[in-house]
Write a protein that binds this ligand. Structure first.
Ligand SMILES: [Zn+2]
Length: 460
């Protein structure tokens, strides 16, 4: 294996820093609002051109929605292949008058680049591109094979990503998936995310009379759907916080020894947490450590309850219908479709309480990679080199994202290292920005990762 002197690569990054920032600005300047479609296709072309100039063979592939920008740079023939995922689309910039500088006119203030997409996710995905350029400039060839999949629909829940990945298994064949999105998970320390929870979101409604009726003229005769729904919800979760739907917890995989250790190292200041949210106590839930509840246990949450009349309307009714929106955050190996069946069975068994309907709103499976995966040391080493400090190992995020597609459809171990500061990053809000210091560290991290992975693979 040829030598890849990290110092030489880091020197190259340092001496090209200004250009790397200018190029990111040109990417941010191009709108790519996937909610309205504005600029998305043009942004794919801008990104393709920037990637090609960086030594990456790039194509634009259609998905049925916004295109995927796909790139490849070859390494050694029998080398590892890293699939890098990111998204070039952005959230709408409104409200425009809340921006200090216009959203698509990137401006640098206080060491941060302000602009829609600067942090989420253009700066983060472009760091990978510049890392590849830097290694090529110094080493002539990459130490591993790299494939890039940059999608244009993440901010609208990636409706075409799973079918695209399923259709292109061969093209996307790799040994691991690496991505950068979101902000540093716990304070300003870099972290490696190994997993995501899934979600099953449903609307449960309860039917009463065919129309709203008067509570005086009909009260005592007509059953009230609001009460029915309240009674149903009471059968779903006990006062001790346990979900009472039969089989709900059957498939969950408990935290391993390494995962528990990682939780201990992240730490959780319960007092500060409660103070910030003015809480008397944390939610009751199975799981000993608070972070274990957040990462390794599923939840059943009532998002909203809609029924009846508003006080101002001044009418006395028994309403015709009551609705509630429930989300269940799922953990491996709970499958949304199985949990849905269990919820339906549960409601059937409670049919004596009322007449219930269920509509599915969202279902996304959970996914978790092992902390003990053989590639983990290379990822840790890369973050150490890039950021100059040890990363936190985060076994799972509480939320959901498209990572599960790479884990479940392609069967890849997935590592996500957020390349944006958590303090005032303003993602999805006015004055979104990226700390340029983090941007440069990010470029170094990806470069170090590609080199470390190759070294690790060689010593196996
Ligand atoms: Zn994002």
């Amino acid at each position: 294996m040829r030598a890849y002197p990290m110092e030489g690569i880091f020197d190259y990054i340092r001496s090209n820093e200004e250009r790397f920032i200018d190029e990111l600005a040109s990417l941010v300047r191009q709108p790519s609002n996937s909610t309205t479609g504005e600029g998305v296709e043009d942004c794919a072309s801008v990104l393709k051109e920037l990637m090609e100039k960086s030594g990456i063979k790039t194509r634009i592939l259609s998905t049925g929605g916004s295109p995927v920008v796909y790139g490849e740079t070859q390494g050694p023939e029998k080398g590892l292949t890293v699939l890098i995922y990111g998204h070039y689309d952005v959230k709408p910039p409104e409200p425009l008058d809340a921006w200090i500088s216009p959203p698509f006119t990137p401006e640098i203030r206080n060491g941060r680049m302000y602009g829609r997409g600067a942090g989420d996710d253009k700066g983060q995905l472009y760091a990978h591109v510049k890392a590849v350029e830097s290694i090529l400039a110094v080493g002539g060839r990459l130490p591993v094979n790299v494939k890039f999949l940059f999608e244009g629909e993440e901010e609208i829940a990636s409706p075409n990503l799973k079918p695209f990945v399923s259709r292109n298994r061969e093209l996307l064949r790799a040994d691991l998936m690496y991505s950068s999105d979101g902000t540093m998970p716990f304070g300003e320390k870099p972290g490696i995310n190994f997993g995501v929870r899934g979600i099953l979101k449903i609307e449960v409604s309860s039917r009463g009379p065919s129309r709203d009726v008067h509570s005086g003229g009909y009260g005592g005769l007509v059953p009230n759907p609001v009460w029915s729904l309240i009674h149903l919800l009471e059968t779903m979760k006990g006062e001790d916080g346990r979900v009472l739907i039969e089989g709900f917890y059957d498939d969950i995989i408990p935290a391993t020894h390494s995962e528990r250790e990682a939780l201990g190292r992240i730490g959780f200041n319960e007092e500060a947490f409660r103070q910030e949210l003015d809480l008397q106590a944390l939610d009751k839930s199975p799981g000993d450590h608070p972070l274990e509840r957040l990462m390794f246990w599923p939840t059943l949450n009532i998002q909203g309850f809609f029924a009846g009349t508003r006080e101002a309307e001044g009418i006395n009714i028994i309403p015709a219908r009551a609705r509630t929106i429930i989300d269940m955050r799922l953990v491996p190996n709970q499958r949304p479709e199985h949990i849905l069946e269990k919820v339906k069975d549960h409601c059937m068994k409670q049919a004596h309480l009322g007449d219930f309907d269920i509509i599915v709103k969202t279902q996304v499976p959970p996914f978790r990679s092992s902390l003990d995966h053989p590639y983990t040391p290379a990822v840790i080493d890369a973050v150490k080199q890039g950021f100059g400090e040890d990363p936190l190992l985060v076994p799972s995020m509480g939320g959901s994202d498209p990572t599960y597609i790479f884990g479940n459809v392609l069967g890849l171990p997935c590592f996500k290292v957020p390349y944006a500061q958590s303090h005032e990053s303003n993602f999805h809000a006015p004055n979104e920005n990226l700390l340029l210091d983090v941007y440069v560290k990010a470029i170094k991290t990806t470069a170090a990762l590609l080199v470390s992975l190759a070294k690790g693979a060689n010593t196996h």
